[in-house]
Design a binder for this molecule. Structure first.
Ligand SMILES: [Zn+2]
Length: 570
């Protein structure tokens, strides 16, 4: 491409409403432009990167013997009612009426339609296994779109679906998809972890996430510093606490604690460690109030609660709900608890505790577990950094991540709902076993930028760089320099190098800054050295600058690009 007559926009200053580095650099570099909250335009540079990411993923999907299709975005709402997912998506689904008053939605994910498509092909075990995928725009009415193109309301996703006769078959397809993902993300230059996650709205047997490790991710990833244990914070486990035999019952006494409602206030007032207190929170779980007691330094995982109760909704109770149930906000406790009580298993490691007394301005001290109201015990709290690993007991670490991909073992959930059965060797009908696998292309792009940038701009890994080589002519009035630059341009194109020629009538400083902002890995400067038949070659990966003879330039560049492509972790 030659810049002079091309669409090319950059901004020197940081963009005000982009809080993520990636959002900021991508908007400044003219890759994307925000159109409305969580909805972006992909401009020529951004579209080019997106297409490179897509090509990487498509190659790997085809290599995994998956076949490409394209499903509609506009889907009758009934499809999601049939699968039982309409209410789970709730208001995150764009839904409206067509001119005939029929309810339609914009697809947020496509398990249902792929089950329908597969049913046209799958009759018997002879038609299995099967694997299909698409690149398609998804719509989710996110309450809080943010972080540039990381959490958006309209985005392109690669979604793949596999169909098998049994769990062994699913495992084979699942392994093939995981391998395809590893190769795709490696090629994109992403640093990531594969973590166990909640199956969430997908349901099914197993969910794993490919989390790109960054500073700003929306997900929090727990991993072991010693073994390969890794999980999303929502469901991460820790080494179980040592249980102690509880102190004798009925030894507790009441303590007047005026205006001391929080763990922090109590600890400061009585010089206590937060973990020696028990805090009790009240949740509304599927329209039923439940008290949850955890050690004072812990947070409750609402996802663990949701799984424990198999609930569809878990929210902290509102002050109004507490008042209505006659519960004293800030003073609820597990002794004579007025509502059903769930106790986190870590509490079993405490002998003598301070707890709320279910009375304003009152706490109990020297409480024993034997004093608690009737309760159930479960692991419902979140792990902290340095907790012991549940597998090997080494310290756990915590980092932020951006979920760039996910893989689900769905089992027969959708095939049963969508009537996708096959007849087996003995002619009896069995539900098809499904898996589903997503990659968000825009998220990959954002995660790559989060991981590969310097102060002045993006440093794209070679496989996803919008251009591999940039040719910068110091003065476009210098006819000889323009002639040589054009010759090199032709020569690189003939060698299939993705090259851009900056032939704009701009100051050279502007050209340098733009090349660095948009992240061109190899930049060639046509300036003074031309009198010696030489050009300056800037390598943005190692930040070196060398003089190269014009005659050797094409060869040097193709070698550098080749080396960089082979070193896919670069
Ligand atoms: Zn471990």
């Amino acid at each position: 491409m030659k810049l002079k007559n091309s669409y090319f926009v950059t901004y020197k200053e940081n963009v005000k409403d982009e809080e993520a580095i990636s959002g900021n650099l991508l908007v400044r570099g003219g890759f994307i432009k925000k159109n409305s909250a969580g909805v972006y335009m992909y401009l020529p540079l951004g579209f080019k990167v997106l297409k490179k990411i897509e090509a990487i993923v498509r190659d790997e999907m085809n290599a995994a013997a998956s076949q490409e299709v394209l499903m509609p975005s506009l889907i009758p709402e009934d499809v999601y009612i049939a699968s039982g997912r309409r209410h789970l998506f709730g208001s995150s689904m764009f839904a409206f009426k067509d001119r005939f008053d029929r309810s339609v939605v914009l697809g947020p994910t496509h398990e249902e339609l792929f089950a329908v498509a597969a049913s046209a092909h799958i009759k018997s075990y002879k038609n299995l296994p099967l694997s299909l995928y698409q690149f398609q725009t998804k719509f989710r009415d996110e309450p809080r779109p943010r972080f540039g193109v990381i959490r958006v309301r309209e985005f392109i996703m690669k979604d793949a679906y596999t169909f098998d006769k049994d769990l062994d078959g699913l495992q084979k397809n699942y392994d093939a998809m995981v391998k395809a993902y590893i190769q795709s993300f490696d090629k994109m230059g992403l640093h990531y972890r594969i973590v166990k996650a909640d199956t969430g709205v997908m349901g099914g047997l197993l969910s794993e996430e490919f989390q790109a490790i960054t500073d700003i991710g929306e997900d929090t990833i727990v991993f072991c510093q010693s073994c390969d244990y890794s999980a999303n914070l929502e469901i991460a486990k820790r080494q179980p606490s040592e249980f102690v035999s509880p102190a004798p019952a009925k030894q507790y006494s009441k303590l007047h604690t005026p205006n001391l409602k929080t763990i922090e206030q109590l600890c400061n007032a009585y010089n206590l460690e937060p973990k020696s207190l028990v805090k009790t929170l009240v949740y509304m779980i599927d329209e039923k109030l439940v008290a949850v007691s955890v050690c004072g330094h812990r947070e409750v995982s609402s996802v663990k609660l949701q799984k424990y109760f198999n609930a569809s909704s878990v929210e902290l109770a509102t002050p109004a709900q507490l008042v209505e149930a006659n519960i004293q906000m800030g003073y609820i406790g597990p002794v004579d608890c007025p509502i059903p009580l769930l106790v986190d298993e870590e509490v079993l490691s405490l002998t003598s505790m301070m707890t709320g007394a279910n009375e304003v301005d009152m706490h109990f001290v020297n409480v024993s577990l034997l004093d608690f109201s009737q309760h159930d015990i479960a692991d419902v709290s979140m792990v902290h950094k340095h907790d012991g690993c549940p597998v090997c007991h080494a310290p756990l670490d915590i980092q932020k991540g951006i979920e760039v991909g996910n893989t689900f073992k769905l089992g027969d959930k959708y095939s049963k709902a969508m009537n996708l059965y096959y007849s087996d060797e003995t002619n009896s009908l069995k539900p098809v076993i499904m898996g589903s696998y997503g990659i968000g292309l825009g998220r990959c792009m954002a995660a790559i930028v989060e991981q590969h940038h310097r102060e002045k701009g993006i440093v794209w890994p070679i496989h996803v760089a919008p251009y591999e080589v940039g040719l910068l002519v110091v003065s476009t009035k210098d006819e000889y320099a323009m002639l040589k630059a054009n010759e090199v341009y032709e020569s690189l194109q003939a060698n299939k190098v993705d090259v851009v020629l900056d032939d704009r009538d701009e100051r050279v400083g502007v050209k340098f800054n733009d090349a660095e902002l948009i992240g061109i890995p190899f930049q060639v400067v046509f300036g003074k050295a031309l009198t010696h038949n030489q050009v300056e070659l800037k390598n943005m990966y190692d930040q070196s600058t060398t003089l190269v003879d014009l005659n050797d330039l094409t060869n040097t560049l193709t070698q550098l690009i080749k080396q960089q492509k082979e070193n896919i972790h670069g």
